[in-house]
Design a protein around this ligand. Structure first.
Ligand code: UT7
Length: 337
């Protein structure tokens, strides 16, 4: 084999059954169907059922992707799950998924990637490195979230945005020069914690054995997602635009060469602004935010699977994936489908 490159050979997705529409939300918080639709483009989002975990959605999406690729879970050399809503603090959700797929006895490595809504872009970059280095021939990468569980459902500025779901891809090693992943570009700027953050982590729990913390008090409210939406909006447009341009420039390509842009699905106005900045026809932009809301790490693989199964993305198409999330984190990937 020549120097290997990674190619996505199968995609899959999973959405929980329950649909939460804008009218229902307008009965719970002070908002209107019109406001949500006009300010975000979202019509409905899905909400996982009680006991339906990130690993359940991830496993179902993975099975679809494996079937589409025509390979078995036992053939995966690495399992990655990009998530913000892990089943447990430990072990990694990827190990739970490995077990649910029935391949734990194979002992392939499995770990989680945490870059919030840019998690899938980070996961893609990790998968690419394992394949290009020759360490792995096949990688299963899943973006999966039950983000609804992190939300304060009395906060109208966040609860209208998010939803649950999972998207998965199988990546396989192919000879360089063939169709596949041309490059990934990921970045972070950790100075924006105050603009977008989730509940506190375990470090904020009470100190044990201090005399004043009976066992019952050890579990305290760790909070919810907090976001300065308008500021986040501006950063998302700027960074996603920049990284899209540098991904194209790295290959001497321009927006004219692109068949499809598959951006993170947070808000239709962000998507439209990026399309304008990149210079791609809105018709060539994959949009699922209307049906899925913002599913964080699941949003790009869900949108990708939608476009692949819908027959829009065709072999040979140049596809740009573009994501942004808390941290801030952001990234792009260019693929010859
Ligand atoms: O996944 C990556 C991270 N997330 C994002 O990329 C999300 C980025 N941000 C956004 O999508 C938008 O900023 C939001 C949809 C969150 C908010 O839209 P906006 O156009 O930026 O609104 P705003 O925050 O500037 O607020 C405008 C007004 C405010 O009222 P006043 O102060 O002008 O009277 C808000 O209180 O809209 C009000 N508002 C609402 N009104 C009705 C905020 N949320 C709602 C609501 N219904 N749900």
């Amino acid at each position: 084999m020549k120097y290997p490159m990674a190619r996505i050979t199968g995609t899959g997705s999973c959405l929980p059954e329950r649909r939460l529409g804008n009218a229902e939300l307008a009965r719970v918080v002070e908002t209107t169907e019109d406001w949500i639709l006009s300010r975000t483009g979202i019509v409905e989002r899905r909400i996982a059922a009680a006991g339906e975990l990130t690993s359940d959605l991830a496993t179902r999406a993975a099975r679809q992707a494996l079937e589409a690729a025509g390979v078995g879970a036992e053939e995966m050399d690495l399992i990655l799950v990009a998530t913000t809503t892990a089943d447990h603090i430990f072990p990694a959700t990827a190990t739970v998924v490995q077990h649910k797929l029935g391949v734990s006895e194979r002992h392939a490595p499995a770990f989680d990637v945490q870059a919030v809504c840019a998690g899938f872009m980070y996961g893609l970059s990790v998968a690419e490195k394992y394949i290009v280095s020759g360490s792995c021939r096949r990688v299963l990468l899943i973006g999966a979230e039950v983000f609804s569980r992190l939300i304060d459902w009395t906060d109208r500025s966040t609860c209208i945005l998010f939803g649950d779901g999972a998207g998965a891809v199988v990546l396989e090693a192919v000879d360089s020069g063939e169709r596949g992943l041309l490059s990934t570009h990921i970045h972070a700027d950790g100075s924006y914690l105050d603009m977008l953050k989730g509940p506190d982590g375990v470090g904020y729990l009470p100190v044990p054995l201090t005399g004043d913390t009976p066992a019952a008090a050890m579990r305290r409210d760790l909070g919810y997602v907090e976001m300065r939406g308008n500021d986040v909006f501006k950063h998302a447009v700027k960074t996603m635009g920049q990284v899209a341009e540098s991904a194209l420039a790295a290959h001497g390509l321009t927006a004219k060469d692109l068949a499809w842009l598959v951006p993170h699905q947070a808000n239709i106005r962000i998507i439209q602004s990026i399309a304008k900045r990149v210079g791609i026809d809105p018709e060539r932009v994959v949009v699922t935010v209307d049906r899925h809301g913002n599913t964080s790490a699941a949003s790009i693989p869900l949108a990708l699977d939608d476009a692949v199964r819908g027959g829009r993305i065709q072999p040979g198409d140049l596809v740009l994936l573009d994501g942004f999330g808390g941290g801030f984190t952001w990234g792009a990937a260019l693929l010859r489908w």
